[in-house]
Design a protein around this ligand. Structure first.
Ligand code: NAD
Ligand code: MG
Length: 394
């Protein structure tokens, strides 16, 4: 049986790993839509290789180049945000949501309307609009499967179990590139230093988010929204080897752990083949060679993002959308060299404070439009705050 699939963010790290798995079983799939951004050559090459029906770049300015690269192929091309939504309107059995950032929210929402399976790598969807996304899936009989490695691990540890019998969920964090750095040195961390992950090969943004622990902060919120547990039931623990991805603790005291090589093709493959388990081209673990697995509590003084995530979960409503948008702006500013690594958390915290004075955050979660509006307003506020902080220091 061939399955029809679309991949949003096909040119990125998750998208390419997804295509790698599909390539190994080419006849099993019919590729409908592939989307990307500026990497038009990659997108066009993949669209040709997989015989996609439609290739979309999210940037209208890149459309002429994409059109030229695919001329004569018979593959439809389109560009811009509206084109992403049209791609999401094409019914498929399985959709990969792997756009980075809040930009992935609207296409994922739209894809759920077909009642398809949505493989969700885009954690920002759950952080910004978790309750709405889960409700949308229920309303259309669609299924969301986690692709973030920790959440896939929890999902697998819960297979055949009832979360009602679960006490707690522990997600692990490698600690990122700067996990051993003292606070004073962290202030001087460069984009290249923060972007060199010890264990995982990922896109630049999530790699830097790993170093700042904002990635783990987003994942705490993602856990709450996806598994419907209380914030107090969720823990994050530093585990430098990235072999144990998550553990579920049950009320009898048992802990079910998920172990695997740090290779995203495991979580992607699990979501692709679920409920089956098929062979995957990931490394097998030799425990005797590994010898040690270490765990330790995260240092909230050096990495305040985790504390902020707790505050966001306590507030609920639109706080997640504010947190994520402020984080995206802070990351943009760090990558652009406008702020220091250690300025990101204070900027996010100041933005949360400012936004909570402007809108009643707890209520700002009635529709997707409200979430997108909150996202938009937050970005403006965060950029203003970054600018005024810069003026104060220069
Ligand atoms: P990436 O930067 O490698 O790729 C991002 C993709 O999104 C690209 O195809 C890009 O063209 C597209 N894109 C960028 N901006 C866009 C916009 N404004 N509109 C539409 N498309 C846009 O990112 P990634 O590392 O593959 O991560 C993708 C998502 O998966 C993120 O939400 C990330 O947090 C999550 N995730 C990634 C990994 C990983 O191993 N890379 C692991 C867990 C979760
Ligand atoms: Mg993860």
């Amino acid at each position: 049986m061939t399955r029809s699939v679309s991949i949003f963010g096909a040119t990125g790290s998750i998208g390419q790993n997804t295509l790698d798995l599909i390539r190994r079983n080419r006849d099993g799939y019919r590729v409908v839509a592939l989307t990307g951004g500026r990497n038009v050559d990659r997108l066009a090459a993949d669209a040709r290789e997989f015989g996609a029906e439609l290739a979309v770049t999210c940037f209208e300015a890149c459309l002429p180049a994409l059109r030229a690269a695919l001329s004569g192929s018979g593959i439809a091309v389109a560009g811009g945000a509206a084109a992403l939504m049209e791609a999401a309107d094409r019914p498929v059995d399985w959709t990969m949501s792997a756009i980075v950032g809040a930009a992935g929210l609207a296409p994922g929402f739209r894809a759920l309307r077909h009642g398809c399976t949505l493989a969700l790598a885009n954690k920002e969807s759950l952080v910004t609009a978790g309750p709405l996304l889960m409700a949308e899936a229920r309303a259309h009989g669609a299924r969301i499967l986690p692709v973030d490695s920790e959440h896939s691990a929890v999902f697998q540890a819960l297979a055949g179990e009832d979360m009602a019998a679960g006490e707690r969920i522990i997600i692990t964090a490698s600690g990122g590139a700067l996990r051993e750095w003292p606070l004073d040195r962290l202030a001087e961390a460069t984009v290249a230093e923060a972007g060199a992950h010890p264990n995982w090969e990922m896109g630049q943004r999530i790699t830097i988010d790993s170093a700042s622990m904002f990635n783990k902060a987003l994942e705490l919120i993602e856990t709450k929204e996806f598994f419907g547990v209380e914030p107090e039931q969720i823990e994050a623990v530093i585990h430098p080897q990235s072999i144990v991805h998550a553990l579920v603790g049950f009320r009898d005291g048992a802990l079910m752990a998920h172990l695997g090589a740090p290779d995203m093709r495991h979580a992607i493959g699990y979501a692709l083949h679920w409920p089956d388990r098929r062979a995957l081209p990931v490394a097998r673990i030799d425990l005797a060679r590994l010898a040690t697995l270490e765990f330790r509590a995260p240092d909230l003084a050096r990495f305040p993002a985790l504390r902020l995530a707790r505050e966001v979960m306590a507030t609920g409503g639109g706080a997640g959308a504010v947190f994520n948008a402020a984080k995206e702006v802070a990351l943009d500013q760090f990558i652009a060299g406008a702020i220091k690594f250690t300025d990101m958390s204070p900027l996010v915290e100041a933005t949360l404070d400012a936004m909570s004075r402007e809108i009643r955050l707890a209520d700002a979660m009635d529709s997707l439009e409200t979430v997108l509006e909150t996202d938009h307003l937050t970005r403006i506020r965060a950029r203003d705050l970054a600018r005024s902080r810069q003026e104060q220091t220069t």
